[in-house]
Design a protein. Structure first.
Length: 502
């Protein structure tokens, strides 16, 4: 029994070393590749990686140093092509894919008893898939180390708080840049805040460095864990935990804690953002605008980013509302999810206001029309989702799908191109400004009835283009189409062309 305990301790020590080495590989990757073209850095990094594999498999009984050296030299020779040839050459494009595969199968090839080449593709695929799990394992390992360091009795609470903060940081790394891109005032606040917090440090650049280190470290940790797992003796599999695995705490992990922490952080972030939207977009405030930016320029920008933000919020609410339905004592979570849904609706309203101002300035297009449809649909779905948060028996999925189907049926009923043409022509009458090229050449024959309204208007240089437009539709009668090719829109466009020339 003592031997088994000692072996388990050694494996846990290896797991800790792998964790530290993986973080180091992530930092080395960031140093070598961030803002740098691929060249000498590629074989250098391959050398560091091969060194790590050697450290963790050299003590295995079936390890063959000769095999390892031979295949390592082959990998390094191939990696040296990034020094000898252009990165965009055919050979380096192939090498960029081949080297990770060779490194994936290197531990298997370095074993004396390995003689089944047929297994190599499966080994490479298995290592790749299992390595992707490293992102989860490295977070779990961090929780374990942190919990052990602060020596708390109920480690599940520590895991929960750290997990919630970690998820919040990842979410903010995506959401804050989107918010800054969508709203100039929020961007000014973020810039001022980061200048005060980091003297001489570019906050966004720092975040990108940390994100790269996390991604690479996670993958490397997952990969090296598979190496450690494969080199463990089969006789110990039934007695000990998997090498490199995390020994679970006796206390069960309560997902309520990380979800609560995550929702509190995200709600606070959207509270600030929603305040800006209500004050400056919905209510039309004009103070505290960035320098050299007019209110019109500010209000007309960022609507697509706003829409993406609302979709992200909506997705978070759907996922978490589905999860908390399985938990107990979820009143606080329901309140937080409801407030997040309210903030989503505020973002939707801001996006609508921005799009409306943008259309009034630049005209109407299919894409902008579809943005409205998505925003209205999303607002309705949010209201239904808010109701389901407090009423589990509502059946959001059923009624949500029916609502989307209804919207889709409405889109199949409305003449979209005709509506867009009508709005553009109304705008032309009011402002004497129109994108005639879009009207005549980007819209379908569905718009021909509305475009006919331009017949008696002074279009200047576009008069000949309008005539060519209807000459094209008048050719419908000479196309010798069969009955099976009949199309009502083309027929109506032909009749409009006859009316135009009469």
């Amino acid at each position: 029994m003592d031997t088994a305990i000692q072996l388990n301790e050694r494996e846990n020590l290896k797991s800790n070393l792998i964790f530290i080495y993986s973080i180091g590989l992530g930092m080395i990757f960031d140093i070598l590749f961030y803002d740098n073209n691929i060249g000498l850095n590629y074989p250098l990094y391959a050398l560091f990686f091969l060194g790590g594999i050697y450290l963790f498999i050299k003590n295995d009984e079936s390890f063959s140093l000769m095999r390892f050296m031979v295949f390592s030299i082959i990998i390094m020779y191939i990696a040296s092509s990034f020094i000898r040839f252009s990165f965009f050459s055919v050979i380096n494009i192939l090498n960029f894919l081949a080297i990770p595969v060779l490194i994936a199968v290197l531990p298997a090839l370095s074993m004396k008893d390995f003689d089944s080449e047929k297994k190599l593709p499966l080994i490479a695929l298995e290592r790749f898939i299992m390595s992707l799990g490293g992102f989860i394992f490295i977070v779990e390992k961090t929780f374990k180390i942190t919990s052990s360091t602060i020596n708390v009795k109920d480690k599940s609470k520590t895991y929960g708080i750290i997990a919630g903060l970690f998820l919040s940081i990842i979410a903010m790394a995506v959401i804050i840049p989107l918010m800054a891109s969508a709203d100039m005032i929020f961007n000014e606040i973020v810039l001022n805040l980061t200048k005060n917090l980091s003297t001489g440090i570019e906050f966004e650049r720092l975040l990108s460095h940390l994100f790269i280190i996390f991604l690479v470290s996670g993958y490397m940790y997952g990969f090296l864990r598979t190496v450690l797992h494969k080199t463990k003796k089969k006789s110990l599999n039934s007695e000990l935990p998997s090498p490199g695995s995390i020994v679970e705490s006796n206390s069960t992990f309560d997902s309520t804690i990380p979800i609560t922490v995550f929702l509190i952080v995200i709600n606070l972030l959207f509270l600030l953002f929603s305040y800006i939207q209500i004050k400056y977009i919905i209510l039309g405030g004009t103070d505290f605008l960035p320098e050299n930016i007019t209110y019109a320029e500010y209000a007309r920008s960022g609507f697509f980013q706003m829409m993406i933000l609302s979709i992200i919020n909506f997705s978070i609410t759907i996922i978490l509302s589905s999860h908390i339905s399985k938990l107990k004592n979820t009143r606080t979570l329901k309140i937080l999810l409801t407030s997040l849904s309210i903030f989503t609706i505020i973002v939707v309203c801001s996006s609508y206001s921005r799009m409306n101002l943008y259309e009034n300035t630049y005209g109407y297009t299919r894409l902008r029309f579809l943005v409205y449809i998505i925003l209205f649909t999303e607002a309705g779905l949010n209201l239904m989702l808010m109701y389901e948060i407090w009423n589990k028996n509502f059946g959001f999925v059923r009624y949500g799908l029916l609502s989307v189907l209804f919207v889709f049926l409405m889109l199949n009923t409305v003449n979209i191109d005709g509506y867009i043409a009508s709005r553009n022509i109304d705008r032309y009458i009011e402002t004497d400004d129109i994108d005639m090229s879009y009207l005549l050449y980007r819209l379908s024959s569905d718009a021909s009835s509305e475009i006919l309204r331009l017949k008696d208007m002074d279009l200047g240089e576009w008069t000949d283009d309008l005539e060519e437009y209807y000459i094209g539709h008048r050719g419908y009668e000479t196309r010798n189409l069969s009955f099976m090719e009949f199309n009502l829109s083309d027929k109506n466009a032909y009749e409009n062309a006859i009316e135009y020339f009469n």
